[in-house]
Design a protein around this ligand. Sequence first.
Ligand SMILES: [Zn+2]
Length: 134
Amino acid sequence: MSRAELLAKLEDHGILPTPQRLEVAEILLEKPQHLSADQIIERLCSGGSTVSKATVYNSLNLFRKNGLVAERMVDPERRFYDSTTTAHHHFYNADTRELFDIPFEKIAVSGIPELPAGTRLEGTELIIRVRNNT
Ligand SMILES: [Zn+2]
């Protein structure tokens, strides 16, 4: 994604494109992927960036609130930010702590029980947990 495309994308989501936010977005939106805040911080540091940890966390929070990225809570110790915000499922490897996308149409969810009173269905995105064969 070019700098101009990135700028436009942030603006489309109502996010003021500060240089720091652009640096964070550039890493996360580079390709379809799932990164934790720590992984983004590592990449920024190894690229010589001086963006602070707090700025990374604040930027990710803002990106999530404005729908630029999706948050995936699959691991109590690590939240992932997903560059793909449309509905899809995931494999989660509990050994490598990696998420892998599964296209939404690959899984048909059926037999959903009656919803609790006063609620409506919001989504049926699944996380399928796997472990490495040893
Ligand atoms: Zn995903």
